[in-house]
Design a protein around this ligand. Structure first.
Ligand SMILES: Cc1cc2nc3c(=O)[nH]c(=O)nc-3n(C[C@H](O)[C@H](O)[C@H](O)COP(=O)(O)OP(=O)(O)OC[C@H]3O[C@@H](n4cnc5c(N)ncnc54)[C@H](O)[C@@H]3O)c2cc1C
Length: 378
């Protein structure tokens, strides 16, 4: 019997396991497939700026805490494993090419100003000072630069988390889908896979979009659903940009070795995780229209991942109301990588019986859900 069974080893489950084990808990993490290969691997690793002390929304406050922890975790993981997580403060530029985008950018600037996030608005030729290769067609009307935006190389971060967990004694079991939970007198007594039962003092569901079915099995109606995001990876001889370039919901994320990610899409297509040709063409065109030098770059890979979305855009975090030892952390949609250390820290405090300091009303797990429809069998 372990202290905590973590069900799902994406960035949320691995981070939680690492934090719990660091607090001295005995942790077992079980994954249906290989750990760290689902959305957490597929993501871009953008860590937008936020400040915990001046955030205007509970998600931004969570992000502010996460941003502080990312600095500490990158260092702690390097010390524990010798591995680089690719955490870098590269800065971010938000561009507007249409009147509508320009209006949103002006709104974003006032929000950043109110939240005390350093930023500067550029117009006309000044924009080239931010990113010299940025030569968009159609041209950029305005660009908002923030030096505090950071990035992670999420596959590296996940590898380091896994090794960090193993060094702290976490038992990691792969290719072992949890099918159901057994309950008695308001408590989970076991989690069941095809092979055996798993016994723990507490159980936490961190299974990304697959959390929907596991939570239903626990009697929790919820609105967690998969939202597909596609990605194109370019490779050139030298880096074509330094900062992350954002336009609306799409972006370019340059890596130091000349690779550059172009993302992404938002598609509600169930559990279909295949990239498609039309979206590949759209993303490629988007990328080349911002950075024309990409037309000479090689396309190294394309892929898609399933973000854990939710009916109201808010994550599900906390204890299940009807079961004293059941917890969930899921539904973090486009922000799971960015929020992960804060999710882990607060959830680990909650599971270990401490009182986490956070405003969780919007993330309440028993809020009324618009059901996301039939889910994939576990
Ligand atoms: C294209 C794309 C770009 C993104 N970019 C960013 C970004 O720049 N910044 C950011 O913050 N976020 C980004 N995201 C979102 C982020 O990747 C997700 O929010 C995050 O990875 C969710 O992590 P997770 O651990 O909850 O889920 P997942 O990574 O999906 O992990 C869930 C795990 O649970 C396992 N599992 C499923 N069912 C079971 C079961 N029955 N039993 C046991 N295990 C089970 C799965 O095998 C999987 O390993 C992006 C996502 C995509 C797809």
């Amino acid at each position: 019997m372990t202290d905590v069974l973590v069900v799902g080893g994406g960035v949320v489950g691995l981070s939680l396991a690492w934090d719990l084990a660091g607090e001295g808990a005995d942790v077992t993490l079980v994954d249906a497939a290989a750990v760290g290969r689902a959305a957490s691997w597929a993501g871009a690793g953008i860590l937008p700026p936020a400040r915990v002390e001046s955030a205007l929304h509970p998600i931004e406050s969570l992000r502010g805490l996460a941003n502080r922890l990312h600095v500490e975790w990158a260092e702690a993981l390097r010390e524990a494993t010798g591995m680089d997580t690719g955490y870098r403060r590269c800065g971010g530029v938000y561009v507007a090419r249409t009147v509508g985008e320009e209006a949103s950018l002006i709104g974003l600037k006032s929000l950043f100003d109110e939240e005390g996030i350093e930023c500067r608005m550029w117009e006309g030729e000044g924009i080239r000072q931010v990113e010299p290769n940025l030569d968009p067609d159609p041209p950029v009307r305005r660009a908002l630069w923030t030096p505090q935006e950071c990035q992670l190389r999420n596959p590296w971060h996940l590898r380091a988390l896994r090794v960090g967990c193993e060094r702290l004694g976490v038992t990691i079991v792969e290719h072992e889908p949890i099918r159901a939970f057994e309950q008695q007198q308001g408590k989970i007594t076991a989690a069941r896979s095809d092979r055996r039962r798993w016994y723990a003092g507490a159980y936490c569901v961190t299974a990304g979009p697959w959390s929907h079915a596991l939570l239903e099995d626990l009697g929790l109606a919820n609105g967690i659903l998969p939202v597909r995001g596609q990605m194109v990876l370019f490779r050139s001889d030298k880096p074509l940009a330094e900062a992350i370039i954002n336009e609306g919901t799409r972006y370019l994320v340059p890596r130091e070795d000349g690779r550059l990610l172009a993302g992404s899409t938002e598609e509600e297509v169930g559990f279909d995780c295949r990239p498609t040709h039309d979206r590949f063409e759209e993303l490629t065109e988007f990328a080349c229209s911002l950075l024309p030098a990409l037309r000479d770059a090689q396309i190294e890979a394309v892929w898609a991942g399933l973000r854990p979305g939710s009916f109201d855009g808010m994550p599900y975090m906390g204890k299940l109301p009807n079961l004293e030892n059941a917890f969930v952390a899921s539904g973090h949609f486009r922000s799971g990588l960015s929020l992960s250390p804060a999710i882990a820290r607060l959830m680990s405090q909650l599971i270990l019986g401490k009182q986490p300091q956070a405003d969780w009303e919007l993330f309440r797990v028993d809020r009324e859900a618009v059901n996301a429809g039939p889910s994939q069998p576990m």
